[in-house]
Write a protein that binds this ligand. Structure first.
Ligand code: F6R
Length: 603
């Protein structure tokens, strides 16, 4: 995900901007750039790949004395991760950096091109700087030109713009993407897409509201919303770096759970237009000769795979089987060239998944991967990849990576369904409507979080947990149990609700905790009967459902969503928070659970 840093003051600009970008590296990026405006000269540098490349390119550049600068790390969405697509983008005399997506950029671009403007990049962001300069050429003041530019943009954006026409000013705008403005006692002004680059420099910060824009220079900071001038509220900035990286959350895992709504928007960015799925990565990828999908993965990614197997069969009407990569490797599998081999991996480096992919390639199968890390081994080896765009996940227990895997797989199932003409337009439209709603579903409900915090104290003992569900809620039960056991070290199992009576029900007593996933849109009555069987044997039931359930010992009421996948994502957040709260009460290191590693590169 992209990062933004901005500065006005006397400090050496290169060093401040590059250090700031370093603080944002954890978000993930594939290119970077800076622009510095000093004595009415603008120097700019861009580099593909790691920040070290930009550091090398700028090693002889210094900017001493008053001036300003903007810096950016880019995570490609529109256009490939090349140097030319890296930010800043420029016009004749101005430079811009941008996070987010400009939904109407095509319209603006076409209009500007028809007026003779030449575009250098494939990005949506470049329209901002040309639009600003067009308004300047109409003799508007820089302030009005910027205001008109912002008013022309639709979508999500955090923007910083500098220009020779206002050589002491940074123009900024913020909508649905974070942007922070800070100041210090020595008349410096700072910008950041999170607190992290500002810690140790800014004394106070203001978290800009959605729909705001303005400009800052050493004389004034002006912030507007519509035509209304706002009085910014500045708050002291915490001085701990770690606190800043966690944005005030207790653990990275908690932060990442709260980030899921935003990263889901990133996953979807540019991939749905006019009620159709657009997976640019699959242009030219032919599903005609494919009659089965085989998915291989490990751990949480395996649970995402299992979830998607229901979607592939139900929506795309294509056979789908799922295997744990370490099992697949040694079973001497029979592979057929009509099978598409799909691997799922957050890190892209998991040894078993990588080896399974190599086996499939050797057998001549078409391959595809769902991955969060561009340029990882799995991405490099696959015929094509859908990047999940979750940003770097620091908590060892995977949360936002899982959410974005499932969302990407849902998009893929619809893409295949459409490719094979196996889905009606009405069905596709209703699926897309549900998909569009997922970022909102993923917003953490603070009341539910508080309730789980209170409930968690009742679940610290006992002889184990069963998470149960049916259909797609069975893999979610597996994932809920895995989250809990990884970070709390309590025994937990996920089970298909209908399977309990074939053995595990023997364990039922009051100290067996059952977390029952009871969605209203997926086999509610069947699941309810299974939970009743457990309740009759005195198991303690934590029911998660939009429907009241009288036999529940504890109850978390969910929203009455109309689509089972919306219920899936809401319940996913609840099971993640339950695991988190239990683990915190037990005093465990949530982010670095014992015996576990983030990337498992040994078999
Ligand atoms: C659990 C978790 C692991 C990983 C597994 C595969 O929270 O993160 O189970 O899912 O090690 O890793 P990737 O997805 O990187 O292949």
């Amino acid at each position: 995900m992209c990062g933004i840093v901005g500065y006005i003051g006397k400090r050496e600009k290169r060093e401040f901007l590059l250090d700031g970008l370093r603080e944002l590296e954890y978000r993930g990026y594939d290119s970077a750039g800076i622009a510095v405006l000093h004595q009415n000269e603008i120097n700019y540098f861009k580099a593909g790949g790691k920040l070290d490349n930009l550091i090398e390119k700028t090693k002889d550049f210094r900017s001493i004395g008053f001036g300003l600068g903007i810096a950016h790390t880019r995570w490609a969405t529109h256009g490939k991760p090349t140097e030319i697509n890296a930010h800043p983008h420029w016009g004749e005399f101005s430079f811009v950096i941008h996070n987010g997506i400009i939904e109407n950029y095509m319209e603006i671009k076409k209009e500007l091109q028809s007026e003779g403007v030449v575009f250098l990049s494939q990005t949506d962001s470049e329209v901002i700087v040309h639009l600003f300069e067009k308004f300047i050429s109409q003799n508007l003041t820089p302030q009005i030109a910027f205001e008109k530019t912002v008013q022309s943009l639709k979508g999500a954006f955090a923007v910083l713009l500098i220009s020779k026409v206002a050589s002491e000013t940074i123009f900024f705008a913020k909508n649905a993407v974070p942007l922070i403005l800070g100041k210090s006692s020595i008349d410096e002004i700072f910008f950041g897409s999170s607190d992290a680059p500002l810690i140790g420099f800014a004394d106070e910060v203001t978290y800009l509201e959605d729909g705001t824009y303005g400009w800052a220079n050493k004389e004034e900071i002006q912030i507007y919303k519509g035509s209304q001038k706002l009085k910014p509220v500045f708050k002291p900035l915490n001085t701990s770096k770690i606190y800043a990286q966690k944005d005030g959350f207790r653990f990275f895992m908690e932060k990442e759970i709260y980030e899921q709504s935003a990263v889901a928007s990133e996953t979807l960015m540019g991939r749905i237009k006019d009620d159709k799925v657009f997976l640019e990565e699959l242009n030219g990828y032919d599903f005609n000769d494919i009659d089965e999908i085989k998915i291989c993965a490990c751990g949480t990614s395996y649970h995402a795979a299992l979830t998607s197997s229901y979607l592939f069969e139900r929506l795309a009407k294509i056979r789908c089987s799922v295997e744990i990569a370490s099992e697949f490797r040694y079973k001497e599998p029979l592979l057929d060239k009509k099978t598409l081999f799909l691997v799922i991996s957050q890190s892209g480096e998991t040894a078993d998944t990588l080896e399974a992919l190599k086996m499939a390639k050797r057998a001549g199968l078409k391959t595809l991967s769902i991955c969060n890390v561009d340029n990882s081994s799995i991405v490099r080896l696959s015929d094509a990849t859908i990047l999940t765009r979750a940003g770097i996940e620091k908590g060892v227990a995977s949360t936002k990576a899982f959410a974005t895997q499932v969302l990407s797989l849902w998009l893929l199932a619809l893409h295949v369904a459409k490719f094979n003409n196996n889905i009606s337009d009405e069905k596709c439209t209703s699926e897309i409507k549900a998909i569009r709603g997922i970022p909102a579903v993923l917003k953490v409900d603070e009341e539910i979080h508080e309730k789980l915090h209170r409930l968690s104290k009742r679940y610290l003992h006992g002889h184990g947990f069963f998470f149960i569900g049916r259909d797609i809620f069975f893999p979610l039960a597996l994932e809920g149990a895995l989250k809990l056991k990884e970070i709390s070290y309590l025994h937990a199992e996920g089970y298909p609700a209908g399977e309990m009576k074939h053995g595990p029900i023997a364990l039922a007593d009051s100290t067996l905790f059952t977390v029952a996933l009871m969605p209203q849109n997926m086999l509610y009555d069947k699941t309810k009967s299974n939970v009743e069987e457990l309740s009759a044997r005195d198991a303690t039931i934590l029911a998660i459902s939009p429907k009241e359930f009288v036999l529940a010992d504890d109850f978390i009421k969910t929203q009455p969503y109309e689509h089972p996948m919306s219920e899936f994502f809401e319940m996913m957040v609840i099971t993640q928070l339950l695991a988190l709260e239990i683990s915190i009460r037990l005093g465990n290191d949530v982010d670095m659970p014992r015996n576990l590693a983030k990337s498992v590169t040994v078999e």
